[in-house]
Design a protein around this ligand. Structure first.
Ligand code: MLT
Length: 242
């Protein structure tokens, strides 16, 4: 007997997220430049756990308690933090076996915002194949939640959501009546032939270039650096749902 299709939605801005609609869903957090790429890298390099923190003062308080803290705003490392938000900061030497407190401009805020969802996992190009394979096995509704930039739509998260949606839709388990998903699928079909070239257009690409923080862009667009799917358990990101 044919199985009922599962619903797939994409949320293109934190302002559009409706927590009461997603209590049973798997929510995938996407902020590829750079928060979710950095989280995947941290776990790939052996981090034990990551405590996402939305506010600067809370992160500062953790620092005063002796925690290792990664924190940035508008790309810049906060003065009390140990390091910032480039995936290249999360080296094996620095993070192996460690708990890291983490606060960023957009990404950690939406992890907290999605707090009441059924399951919250981290998505990026770096873990796209294991993530999509796992999602298909779950047979549950999926929301791809794009961080954007300060509540605005952004290209890079939408394109990554389109890439994930394209794989889910081709599994024939999912259907969508969500125009955001259809738009993201269209954008991905345009961008996929030259992803770095397309991402050149994005506003955050320019912001990172102007600040000299763009050395990690190519890395953030790399598929399958890791198979790890970071997941929230009791408010903390841990290394793998698999
Ligand atoms: C964020 O979480 O706001 C971003 O990832 C910021 C950045 O790393 O540039």
């Amino acid at each position: 007997m044919p199985m009922d299709k599962r619903n797939l939605e994409i949320c293109l801005s934190p302002l559009l997220y409706e927590p009461e609609c997603h209590k049973e869903s798997i929510v995938v957090i996407i902020d590829i430049l750079r928060a979710t790429s950095a989280i995947c890298t941290a776990f790939a390099h052996g981090a034990q756990s990551i405590i996402p923190v939305a506010g600067i003062e809370e992160a500062r308080e953790y620092k005063s308690q002796g925690y290792l803290v990664a924190a940035e705003r508008d790309g810049f490392v906060l003065d009390f933090a140990d390091f910032g938000n480039s995936p290249f900061n999360f080296t094996r030497e620095r993070v192996k076996g460690k708990t890291i407190v983490y606060s960023t401009t957009n990404g950690t805020g939406i992890i907290k915002q999605a707090g009441s969802a059924g399951v919250i996992v981290i998505g990026s190009f770096l873990n796209i194949s294991s993530l999509t394979g796992w999602l298909i096995e779950q047979e549950r509704e999926v929301v791809l939640f794009c961080a954007g930039w300060k509540n605005r739509f952004n290209l890079e998260d939408t394109i990554c959501a389109g890439a994930i949606a394209s794989r889910l839709m081709s599994s024939s388990l999912y259907s969508t009546i969500c125009d955001s998903t259809l738009a993201a699928l269209d954008l991905w079909s345009i961008a996929r032939t030259d992803l770095p070239g397309y991402i050149e257009k994005s506003a955050h690409r320019s912001r990172l270039r102007e600040k000299g923080l763009d050395d990690c862009i190519e890395f953030c667009l790399t598929e399958d650096y890791t198979e790890i799917i970071p997941v929230i358990k009791d408010g903390v990101l841990v290394n793998n749902i698999l």
